[in-house]
Design a protein around this ligand. Structure first.
Ligand SMILES: [Zn+2]
Ligand SMILES: [Zn+2]
Length: 303
């Protein structure tokens, strides 16, 4: 039996590109990957290099499932957007090579191209030796949009899609709501709110706040228990990178304050920032919003 009803866990916390600095990093060098799950549903946000370790961790559970079951093991992968730091781990996610696995992919169509086509492009023979239809897992693809939400019923491993104006089934185990975020080059990104009973967690990576805070993001995150927010830069670094689609730590704190969230987790760290600088940033942020912590590859939240 699992020791949780619901688990949220970070597997990759860096922006831009993965790193292994000479002096090491305890915070973590992998790019964006975040998992939420119940004992029976596995949902992954983004496939940065962090998804590789997550895939390896899932293998014993999949093998165990397959021993008792001839139905596939279902995994849902939801993308915020398809910049390379959110994708590079995808072809190395071991479960895609397993025939008794089914993966449900959700992500944004971008610049007129369907999400399925975008993801398949990453593994064209020019870029990778194994193509999408050669991966042995079962696959389904969905374009995400703001008028829909994803939910999971207990006893039913397949993600369900609901549409606004419809109420989700009362017996749903947890639900995920998307919001398109426009201020990320060049076609925006999606942020997601996960709701489990009365608990709320918002995953807002690759967002750049604006003067006074982005009111759509703030409303979307209102009273959340956890806000995982882009904080790529120190306030000083931000001056050089305004317009690049990422926030400073002060911007993240301001959004957390305005949304009145219970906890802020700083995320999508600049790969050039050392562990000691990141710890300093955490302290500065705690001066602005006391219940702040740094997102690390060991961070988790259990219910
Ligand atoms: Zn990114
Ligand atoms: Zn991005």
């Amino acid at each position: 039996m699992s020791d949780f009803q619901f688990l949220a866990k970070l597997y990759g916390v860096r922006g831009s590109y993965p790193i292994t600095p000479e002096d090491g990093t305890k915070i973590g060098g992998n790019t964006t990957c975040f998992m939420v799950r119940s004992p029976e549903h596995v949902v992954i946000f983004d496939a940065g290099s962090g998804i590789i370790r997550l895939g390896q961790e899932l293998i014993p559970e999949i093998i165990e499932h397959n021993k008792k079951n001839n139905k596939p093991f279902h995994i849902t992968i939801i993308f915020t957007h398809t910049h390379s730091d959110h994708l590079i781990g995808f072809p190395f996610f071991t479960p895609i090579y397993m025939p008794n696995v089914h993966i449900h992919f959700f992500g944004p169509a971008t610049l007129g191209m369907d999400f399925k086509e975008i993801l398949s492009m990453q593994v064209l023979p020019q870029f990778f030796p194994v193509s999408m239809d050669e991966f042995r897992c079962g696959k389904s693809f969905h374009n995400i949009n703001e008028n829909m939400f994803i939910y999971f019923n207990s006893g039913e491993p397949v993600p369900q899609v609901g549409y606004l104006n419809e109420t989700e089934a009362a017996f749903s185990s947890f639900s995920i709501y998307p919001m398109k975020y426009y201020l990320h080059p060049k076609d925006g990104s999606y942020i997601y709110r996960v709701e489990k009973d009365d608990k709320k967690l918002v995953f807002a990576t690759d967002v750049e706040e604006c003067v006074g805070g982005d009111q759509r993001l703030i409303n979307f995150s209102k009273e959340a228990d956890i806000l995982i927010h882009d904080a790529q830069y120190t306030d000083d670094q931000y001056k050089q990178f305004a317009g690049y689609g990422h926030s400073s730590l002060s911007m993240a704190c301001d959004a957390a304050k305005q949304a009145n969230v219970k906890k802020l987790v700083l995320f999508h760290h600049n790969p050039g920032n050392s562990d000691s600088l990141l710890r300093e940033m955490e302290k500065t942020a705690q001066g602005l919003f006391p219940n702040t912590e740094l997102g690390t590859e060991k961070w988790e939240w259990k219910l």
